[in-house]
Design a protein around this ligand. Structure first.
Ligand SMILES: CC(C)(COP(=O)(O)OP(=O)(O)OC[C@H]1O[C@@H](n2cnc3c(N)ncnc32)[C@H](O)[C@@H]1OP(=O)(O)O)[C@@H](O)C(=O)NCCC(=O)NCCS
Length: 159
C-alpha cells in the first residue's frame, strides 16, 4: 500500500454559526464545534484511508477563544500519522466575524480515527510520508502523543 502525504488528506470546511448552535447569551456551544471537528476529522481520515472510518478517541480538544452567533467557523484537518489501522488527525479551527474581519484561533484538536473494512473490522491504512519540515514535526509529535496514550492506559490498568 503506497504512503500518502498529509496534503492528500487536507480538508477545509466553513460554516456560519446559527442561533441553534448557541446558548441564550449568544455563545456557541462547545458541542456544536466538537461535532464539526469530528466531521472534518472523518473526511480527512476517509481521504487518507479510502475506507469508512470511526472515531476511536478524541485525544485533546481545547477552546482558546469564544465563538458567537454569526461568526464563520473555518476548520482545517489533515492526517498527521498513521499506524496499522488507526490514524491521528489534527483539526484547527478559526472563528471570524465576517463584518469586522476580526479573527481568532479558537480550537486545536487531535482525534484517533480507525479505518474499517466491509465487515466493520479494523483494516490496514496507508502510511504517512511527510513532504515538509512542518509535516515531519507534526508526525514526530503524533508519535509522542500515541506513546503517551498507551502509557496512560497501562498506568490506569495497573492501578
Ligand atoms: C475503534 C474500534 C473500531 C476499535 O476496535 P477494536 O476491536 O478494539 O480494534 P483493535 O483493538 O484491533 O484496535 C484497532 C486500532 O484501533 C486503535 N484503538 C482502539 N481503541 C482505541 C482508543 N480508545 N483510542 C485510540 N486508539 C484506539 C488501536 O490502537 C488499533 O490501532 P492500530 O491498528 O493502528 O495499531 C471499536 O472500538 C469501535 O468500533 N468503537 C466505536 C467507534 C464509534 O462508534 N465511534 C463513534 C461514532 S463514529
Amino acid at each position: 500500500m503506497n504512503s500518502k502525504t498529509p496534503s492528500e488528506s487536507l480538508t477545509s470546511m466553513a460554516q456560519v454559526m446559527q442561533i441553534t448552535d448557541a446558548n441564550t447569551a449568544g455563545f456557541v456551544h462547545g458541542g456544536s464545534i466538537m461535532k464539526l471537528v469530528d466531521s472534518a476529522a472523518g473526511v480527512a481520515s476517509m481521504r487518507h484511508a479510502q475506507r469508512r472510518v470511526v472515531t476511536a478517541q478524541v485525544d485533546s480538544l481545547s477552546f482558546h477563544a469564544p465563538v458567537h452567533i454569526g461568526d464563520v467557523l473555518s476548520l482545517t484537518a489533515c492526517v498527521t500519522q498513521a499506524w496499522t489501522s488507526s490514524m491521528e488527525v489534527e483539526v484547527t479551527v478559526y472563528r471570524q466575524d465576517p463584518v469586522t474581519g476580526d479573527r481568532d484561533h479558537t480550537t486545536t484538536a487531535y482525534l484517533t480515527m480507525v479505518a474499517l473494512d466491509e465487515h466493520g473490522r479494523p483494516t490496514a491504512v496507508p502510511g504517512v510520508e511527510p513532504d515538509t519540515d512542518e509535516e515531519r514535526r507534526r508526525q514526530r509529535e503524533a508519535e509522542t502523543r500515541r506513546k503517551a496514550r498507551i502509557q496512560l492506559r497501562r498506568d490506569l490498568e495497573e492501578e
